[in-house]
Design a protein around this ligand. Structure first.
Ligand code: NAD
Length: 342
């Protein structure tokens, strides 16, 4: 039976990396019925519709799962990020970003296997901001709640336990932000008591950044509030080859949206240059979520082969091949793997 999934190709490099990802998914033989929504973000605003047209969350509510390309958020007033809106409207509170080394990419470390769990709905992204025009003072409120903290930390421990991971590190700034970060740490310590088989520790965010740059292999799962989690996941992406190779997924209790960490990369959009690996790895996470483990394994093994061979790679990881050449090469290998498994 085909999986019914919402497809949001997004804008910028989104349509290019999405079409490459669909090509690789087709090679697995897993059947999908896509409900595709192209008009979103600036394209929707040009048609005088809201940035996030109601039919998009409605489609995801009906199907439960979406595969999403990046969507541009213009800087300045009058445009609310579609990405933030989607996470808040569907209550996708857990942003999961694995950073796993691939062979053949020239990075300072070659055996990194980290997962960043970022709280996705509150913190400094809660949108609680004021501006006093007379005094020219701007305030942003970092909203942290017991419920929000408890569910993301619990999600990270549950994920760690189910996936055979050993340690969860909570990153915070409770020494200075005594109320908001303090509550997150306090609740984190309570949740950790429920998981005696998973080691728990915590790091102050500035030290966490230095530790990750110097000793990334010593870390396993890292959980943090929204802004710290966002910054840490880009840092960790840099350790394994950059945004072109780093996958992500947003989970709530009812829905899941799979998307790369990177944005719409306007500097390379439309040039058939973008690396589709990040969205392909996000699609691998989606296949696992849909219990299509054989297909997920085939893509992961083929990806490692393509990177180890190193002759058909995109420019961001030192190659000179196009998005489509990379996808075709990978798809051929995936087809072979699936045939060998049959
Ligand atoms: P970006 O991730 O789009 O680009 C940062 C740098 O990484 C650029 O040099 C880009 O060329 C490169 N890059 C990114 N993805 C790549 C890929 N797949 N292959 C090769 N190189 C890649 O970040 P930005 O420039 O800060 O943001 C651009 C736009 O994307 C903004 O409007 C931002 O709001 C939006 N954005 C969207 C999402 C999302 O949809 N989830 C996430 C982040 C940023």
């Amino acid at each position: 039976m085909a999986h019914h999934v919402t497809l949001l190709p997004g804008d910028g490099i989104g349509p290019e990396v999405t079409s490459a990802t669909l090509h690789v998914l087709e090679a697995t033989g897993v059947e999908f019925e896509w409900d595709t929504h192209q008009i979103i973000g600036t394209a929707a605003v040009e048609e005088e519709r809201p940035e996030l047209p109601d039919d998009v969350p409605a489609s995801i509510r009906e199907r439960g799962v979406a595969l999403k390309g990046p969507i541009t958020t213009p800087v300045g007033e009058g445009f609310t990020s579609v990405n933030v809106q989607l996470r808040q409207r569907l209550d996708l509170y857990a942003n999961v970003r694995p950073c796993v080394s691939l062979p053949g990419i020239d990075t300072p470390f070659d055996d990194i296997d980290l997962i960043i769990f970022r709280e996705n709905t509150e913190g400094l992204y809660a949108g609680i901001e004021t501006y006093d025009a007379r005094l020219e003072i701007a305030d942003s409120t970092a909203r942290v709640t017991r419920r929000g903290s408890e569910r993301i930390v619990d999600f990270s421990f549950d994920y760690a336990q189910k996936n055979g991971r050993n340690t969860v590190t909570l990153a915070h700034k409770a020494n200075i932000l005594k109320e908001s970060s303090g509550l997150f740490l306090k609740v984190g310590r309570e949740v950790a008591q429920r998981y005696p088989n998973v080691t728990f520790n915590d790091r102050i965010i500035d030290n966490m950044c230095m530790q990750l740059v110097m000793y990334p292999q010593e870390y396993d799962c890292i959980v943090s509030t929204n802004l710290f989690g966002d910054i840490l996941s880009d840092l960790a992406a840099g350790l394994v080859g950059g945004l072109g190779v780093t996958a992500g997924a947003n989970f709530g209790d009812d829905y899941a949206v799979f998307e790369a960490v990177h944005g719409s990369a306007p500097d390379i959009a439309g040039q058939n240059k973008a690396n589709p690996t990040a969205l392909i790895r996000s699609a691998v996470m989606m296949l696992r979520h849909l219990n299509e483990t054989a297909a997920a394994r085939a893509i992961n093994t083929a990806l490692r082969e393509v990177y180890a061979a190193g002759d058909v790679l995109t420019a961001d990881v030192g190659g000179s091949s196009s998005t489509t050449e990379f996808a075709e090469n990978l798809a051929e290998r995936v087809e072979e793997k699936m045939a060998a498994q049959a």
